[in-house]
Design a protein around this ligand. Sequence first.
Ligand code: NIG
Ligand code: FE
Length: 388
Amino acid sequence: MLFCCLFAAHRDGCIKAVGPVDAIRRQFSETSFEKIIDCSGKCVLPGLVDAHTHPVWAGDRVHEFAMKLAGASYMDIHQAGGGIHFTVEHTQKTSEEELFNTFKHRLLRMIRAGTTLVECKSGYGLNLETELKMLRVIERAKRSLDISISSTYCGAHSVPKGKNVTEATDDIINNHLPKLKELDLSGEIHVNNIDVFCEKGVFDLNSTRRILQAGKDIGLQINFHGDELHPMKAAELGAELGAQAISHLEEISDEGIAAMAKAKCAAVLLPTTAYMLRLKQPQARKMLQEGVIVALGSDFNPNAYCFSMPMVMHLACVNMKMSMNEALAAATINAAYALGRSHTHGSIETGKQGDFIVVNSSRWEHLIYQFGGHQELIEYVIVKGKVV
Ligand code: NIG
Ligand code: FE
């Protein structure tokens, strides 16, 4: 049966109806259609949702890729002052305009790979000045580009050089978060989520708890990095604090899985990072069986240089043993849920935002089956009813 969606880009960009072509044509006059796209023999899917990225930075780390291939671990490099610290040094020195321009270019590459809603973190500033510079860059993109953005304050991405964990935690709680609240009230920057890198040698469980709770107290959704390289009981903490989502989770405990399922806290799995760092794969099958809401993200950052959610779905299927249906749900409706946006994004339903991709194949599964070259397979990306 042929189905068709009608959307009104110049009104609110939302889907007006979904149904067979004939029924749609009876319901709406020809003049309701600004543009008609014939999708015969093709597949229409919801726009892809990328639930975890670090896309604002300067200073790539291709030299560290070579070090990792030669055997260095992520934490070896971090503790030697590289990794996040390297990117922080470069990001602090780079102008807001230059950061915006590279960020914009990255977002355009994400759109071409089918992403229509993306989570974007700060976290390469660490000091208040640079964290705000990154958040202003994200805010500017939110207001000016054809992609929806959920923004995340991630000032607790690493402990800045010259500070200990307690000093860094106090600085965030006493100085950064009150400033974010002030900027929200004045309408200058609106942040959606709060993040912490909860990891051995970075932010411990107690500091993580303090920061996340303080973020929640100013109205931010909790969405943080946990249980990646070491078991930290981050999943249990997130469930207790009412986190919307926790990312990574390669080292989650059985109790953590049960707690996340019960709390309806989404697990954002990041197959690019597990692949790049040759980590243990997250237990996607077990999480799905236990009823955890499993979402996917590209984790685009200088360590995992991947813009493509089709590639992420491919890795999730091959390395994490997800089915193609599970991967698509994880990269659409469940990723929207992880960002608190499943009422407006992530599926093709009347009233939701008109975000679609048109796949030039009669089998949508080609989006996952083919790895690489997705720009040719994705014929149209449509955001708020407009071809972008
Ligand atoms: O999600 N694990 C912490 N944060 C990022 C990596 C950031 C970086 O290495 O620059 C991640 O993989
Ligand atoms: Fe990350």
